[in-house]
Design a protein around this ligand. Sequence first.
Ligand code: SF4
Length: 369
Amino acid sequence: MSLPLTFTAPRRGKPPRHLADLTPGEAADVVTGLGEPAFRARQIATHYFRHLEADPAAMSDLPASTKEVLAGALLPELLRPVRALTADRGTTVKTLWALHDGVKVESVLMRYPDRATLCVSSQAGCGMACPFCATGQQGLTRNLSAGEIVEQVRRAARAMASGEIAGGPARLTNLVFMGMGEPLANYKAVLAAVRRFVQPPPDGFGVSARNVTVSTVGLVPAIDKLAAEGLPVTLALSLHAPDDELRGELVPVNTRWSVDEALDAARRYFEATGRRVSIEYALIRDMNDHAWRADLLARKLNERGRGWVHVNPIPLNPTPGSIWTASDPRVEAEFVSRLRVAGIPTTIRDTRGSDIDGACGQLAAEEAS
Ligand code: SF4
């Protein structure tokens, strides 16, 4: 039995209010409400976003008598690490977090020679019900707040800066919304988190919007809304099939917005932002990896112009007990070659972390009970 699509997250107790959920003016109001001068909010924001610090004990410019109260009001603990697994000689770290209500989510930090990328979760579980995806099988538990997303980022940026990750201290440079959840189904919090990532300190971490990727299964109205935000983030469309018949099975939201509608929205996104769109395509053995489907995909992309898109085939990570398995390497090579011959830039996506179940579609928080 397949799960129903769920667009609206169940209402549950709200996470504690956090600096990252507030505008600078609202944060100042919280501080003055505690009888402190408004500029203390900016001091706390500087600790948090510039120095990646959330421990009041380290905030020596705050009065000893009130620092705990101020930090408690703006920087409540939102994530508690439950378990961290490392792979790739310590350069990939998957962390399972418990949220305030005990709900579990995961994030994966991947360090490369020239960059460090954090894959964040935007929802606990996911309502999009893709049958090949471990997260999709859980259903949607709830949306994350902006603060809960930003805290995943701050913790990873701190781990990088402190030299905790193999390879010595460095900056977190890239953010991808490819963890648990459909980011565009939690639009407001995701956008607020993206803005925090890109705004310069003390309002954000000051990383280039070009280094942010927001993935989606193709929620067309939300893609158009994102295109109008004036933020040059990269859009990744999880297509997985170029024909409605198969895509309707693999990505149930296709019954709402078809392949052509999703591709038209992706093209509009490119026109509005100038950012080349990524098409994500999990290659699944004997399911969607046929040569004719590569040709059909290339035709549909080329029909919409040249130079606006590239394709990332992803060797599928088999989920335990699943009928969904990775394509034969020769079939994968043929699929890639057909796209390239048709003039579509195509790169097999790195599946870092697959040996710790940290690759896309495997963030299932299996310890969720
Ligand atoms: S593949 Fe993505 S959109 Fe589909 S169920 Fe999994 S997490 Fe949700």
